[in-house]
Design a protein around this ligand. Structure first.
Ligand SMILES: Cc1cc2nc3c(=O)[nH]c(=O)nc-3n(C[C@H](O)[C@H](O)[C@H](O)COP(=O)(O)OP(=O)(O)OC[C@H]3O[C@@H](n4cnc5c(N)ncnc54)[C@H](O)[C@@H]3O)c2cc1C
Length: 374
């Protein structure tokens, strides 16, 4: 039987249990606790630390490259594209304000989209470049993108014909970001319960019972499900597809000139400098079916393609060693919009963040906290 201390502190019914300690889950808990300081708010996480996409990503604080924005415009119309950019931009500003640039390792390096010579994607962007900048001006109050072909020589790239730069983008250190966020939430009085995997939710009139993988249970007045690409484990009917993203990181490359965040091949690849080496990810388009998985592994096909890109475009003629390879799981859908909704009276969902959770995570969490409060 539990001691009185355990019964009071550890196993007491929570006012809110947040499932998933990613950027969305932790901000949801923080915002709820701020609103209701006396309430008991618990974040349960199946890893020993946050262990989802929020700590596996590439750490781009970005809002969309020109080719991505123009593709979105063609697919969904200008209003939807601009609304999404505004949401991402506001999210980035809020994130930086809430946690601070230094604690999240934000560096105002600028971001780039690079195009192969004679590439269709380049022509499509060049033709509508000024119109795109004009349409973004009301959001940013200034021109967002400029051509910067000198960057090819400046960064030592090869096989690149044209480069677009934005001074508004840059990298963050996702490890420091999540560490700061976790510490802030806990300092505010949020309880963090790691190594706790939820396997089932049962809603009753007065509470939700959470069945745990270790056979235990928890009870909560409200539950926020913030498990992103893993949400099908709890709600298999949701329109969410897991999407694995693979990454590699080289050891420091002496004299590396690369600096900033780079988008390549319509966003299928992304790379940046990190501690003197190159962090490179993408290639999911090479195996869309195989990468529709929550398996946390890497595959030779995609890792080889990433290495080829290092050899031919990013580090031409340079020797390098890959010191680390990993993957992370995103949640995708037919649209890029996240799912933020009340599933039932006591369960709120905030999932399917796609590839932009660094930017929109804080705003999704704000919406989730609002729904929980209603
Ligand atoms: C390789 C890669 C690169 C990316 N690069 C960028 C980038 O540069 N910029 C950008 O903006 N976005 C990027 N993203 C996307 C971004 O990382 C995500 O959108 C964001 O982190 C999602 O946050 P989240 O809190 O919704 O989910 P997650 O961070 O995935 O958190 C979900 C948490 O729930 C936990 N969990 C799951 N199921 C359970 C359960 N049953 N019980 C308990 N806990 C559970 C998981 O362990 C995990 O910690 C990238 C993603 C990947 C994979």
């Amino acid at each position: 039987m539990d001691s009185v201390w355990e019964a009071d502190r550890t196993h007491a019914k929570a006012d809110l249990v947040v499932i998933g300690a990613g950027i969305v889950g932790l901000f949801t808990a923080l915002f709820h606790k701020r609103r209701y300081p006396a309430q008991r708010v618990v974040v349960v996480e199946r890893g020993a630390f946050p262990s989802g996409a929020s700590v596996k990503n590439a750490g781009f604080a970005c809002f969309g490259s020109p080719s991505e924005l123009l593709a979105d415009l063609d697919k969904e119309g200008a209003d939807a594209m601009l609304a999404r950019v505004e949401e991402r931009w506001r999210g980035l500003l809020e994130l930086r304000r809430e946690l601070g640039d230094e604690p999240i390792g934000f560096e105002p390096t600028g971001g780039y989209e690079i195009f192969q010579p004679h590439n269709e994607g380049y022509t499509a962007v060049a033709d509508r470049f000024n119109a795109l900048n004009d349409s973004l001006r009301p959001i940013f109050g200034e021109p967002v993108f400029t051509w910067d072909d000198e960057a090819i020589a400046r960064f030592g790239l090869a096989g690149v014909g044209h480069v677009v730069r934005t001074h508004l983008e840059g990298p963050v250190d996702s490890g420091r970001l999540m560490d700061s966020l976790l510490r802030k939430a806990m300092a505010q009085g949020v309880h963090f319960r790691p190594l706790t995997s939820v396997v089932r939710l049962t809603e009753e009139p007065a509470a939700v019972t959470l069945a745990l993988a270790d056979g235990g249970t928890m009870k909560a007045a409200m539950v926020a499900v913030c498990t992103n690409g893993y949400v099908l484990d709890l709600f298999p009917d949701l329109p969410v597809e897991p999407a694995r993203g693979q990454v590699l990181k080289t050891a420091p490359v002496p004299g590396l000139r690369l600096r900033g965040t780079f988008h390549y091949d319509q966003g299928f690849y992304y790379f940046r400098d990190h501690q003197g080496g190159v962090l490179l990810g993408g290639g999911r388009n090479l195996d869309p079916v195989g990468e529709r998985t929550t398996e946390p592994s890497t595959t030779p096909m995609i890792q080889n393609a990433l290495e080829e890109l290092l050899r031919t475009v990013i580090l031409p003629g340079r020797s390098f060693t890959v010191e680390r390879r990993w993957s992370g799981i995103m949640g995708m859908g037919r649209t890029k919009a996240p799912i933020v909704e009340r599933r039932s009276p006591r369960i709120v969902l905030a999932v399917r963040l796609g590839g932009m959770g660094v930017a929109i995570g804080i705003r999704v969490a704000r919406q989730a906290a609002q729904l929980i409060a209603q």
